[in-house]
Design a protein around this ligand. Structure first.
Ligand code: PMP
Length: 418
């Protein structure tokens, strides 16, 4: 072992100094791939203003929580922290659902958890497509053999309850998917009445609130939402990697009475519910190694939101959005979502300024102002610039910073004659 370690250190010395040559015969290592020189440099991460559609900046308190010591994923202390997370999720989702937990993964993991558990091969699924997230949900349901139908809203628009009812009665789906905050188009889709409609047609109502939770009102129980999920890295201001999700009793009945096993072991709700202590079983079983430090951060992010109060957070995001939109319009820029009432308070879509290359604008702002804003995604590519001001980033001071950066970019980026 000693020889081996020695030979490795000679090899790395050789790599780092370059000038010392060590004869091959002197190196006893069996390795053909040397330690990469890049890993011998110190880790460097810039500070950056994260004003794109996510991830957002993470405040020190939440970063510090994630830096606490690792404990076991089955230790009593982590179960306490997981209990705090479950209570926090019930608060931000406004639900009493017993099965409320966080999946280990990003928003996509929660999407798949929702769809893979509730849908069996051959089931009919209806998806509202008002941007990329509906497209992705339809893709996921197709992959597991569902019969998928979509109803498509025009970019920047939304669907009426009459559109939705017509499709529910035509396709008799077991599940209806809707993105509440469509971060690709900047639409905040109305939710009122849709839960009741779904239940009238014996269908579960699945809502994606990755971009909206904490920034706009959602009342899971009152609005008849059966499955609701979000991500950690937007309004919650935690690092990406955990995704809160909750299932109503109606949803659990469908999930726990399946005739086939869900396609994913990792996302199987019966395992997850047991690991999170959401079932009535006397003991919790090892399912996967929960990302404990990510749980600390998520716990702290929920605590920050609970301290501010959900309603205060909704109001602040609304106030900052109105201030931002007024500033954009006074610069002559146009908002992509025409209906004021359906503008997402967390992510603003600005019509890509005429005559400019949007990539040059986002590139200039990143280089000159160390600030991320982004272009469109999916159906909005080339049509918009997207600015996300979420959680701690939602403030008038940050709006002023973004407006100044945009003004500067429009002055310095190339504008064609057209
Ligand atoms: N849904 C919405 C509305 C989103 O904005 C995002 C992330 N941009 C996702 C789902 C997917 O989340 P993630 O990137 O964390 O997997």
């Amino acid at each position: 072992v000693q020889d081996f370690t020695q030979s490795l250190s000679i090899q790395s010395l050789c790599l780092s100094l370059g000038s010392i040559s060590v004869k091959r015969t002197e190196i006893m290592s069996s390795l053909t791939i040397p330690p990469p020189p890049c890993l011998q440099k110190r880790l460097l991460v810039p500070h950056r203003y994260m004003f794109g559609p996510g991830p957002s900046n993470v405040p020190t308190r939440i970063l510090e929580a994630g830096a606490k010591p690792v404990i076991g994923h089955m230790h009593p202390e982590i179960f306490e922290i997981m209990n705090d997370i479950k209570s926090g999720i019930r608060y931000v989702f406004q639900t009493q659902n017993k099965v409320s937990l966080a999946v280990s993964g990003t928003g996509h993991t929660a999407m798949e958890c929702a769809i893979f558990n509730t849908v069996e091969p051959g089931d009919s699924v209806l998806v509202a497509v008002n941007g990329i997230w509906g497209e992705r949900a339809a893709d996921m349901a197709e992959r597991i053999g569902a019969r998928v139908n979509t109803i498509v809203a025009p970019p920047g628009g939304y669907l009426t309850n009459a559109d939705i009812e017509k499709a529910l009665s035509k396709h008799s789906p077991v599940l209806f998917f809707l993105a509440h905050g469509e971060s690709s188009t900047g639409v905040l889709h109305p939710l009122e009445g849709i839960g009741d409609l779904c239940h009238k047609y014996n269908c579960l109502f699945l809502v994606d609130s990755v971009a909206s939770i904490g920034g706009a009102p959602v009342y899971m129980d009152q609005q008849g939402i059966d499955i609701l999920y979000t991500g950690s890295q937007k309004v919650l201001n935690a690092p990406p990697g955990t995704a809160p999700i909750s299932f109503s009793e109606r949803a659990c009945r469908k999930v726990f009475n399946r005739t086939t096993k869900p396609v994913s072991f990792f996302l199987d709700l019966s395992w997850l519910a047991n690991y999170w202590g959401c079932d009535d079983k006397p003991s919790r079983k090892y399912h996967h190694t929960g990302p404990v430090t990510a749980f600390y951060s998520l716990r702290e992010s929920l605590a920050v939101l609970a301290e501010e109060g959900l309603e205060n957070s909704w109001k602040r995001h609304q106030r900052v959005m109105l201030y931002f939109h007024a500033g954009l319009e006074s610069m002559g820029l146009k908002l992509f979502v025409k209906d004021k009432d359906t503008r997402l308070p967390t992510v603003t879509t600005i019509v890509a300024p005429h005559g400019y290359d949007w990539k040059e604008i986002t590139g200039y702002i990143m280089k000159t102002h160390n600030l991320e804003i982004s272009g469109g995604l999916g159906p909005s590519v080339g049509l918009v610039l997207r600015v996300g001001l979420m959680g701690c980033n939602s403030s008038e001071a940050n709006v002023d910073m973004v407006l100044a950066a945009l003004r500067d970019a429009l002055k310095h980026c190339h504008k064609s004659k057209v």
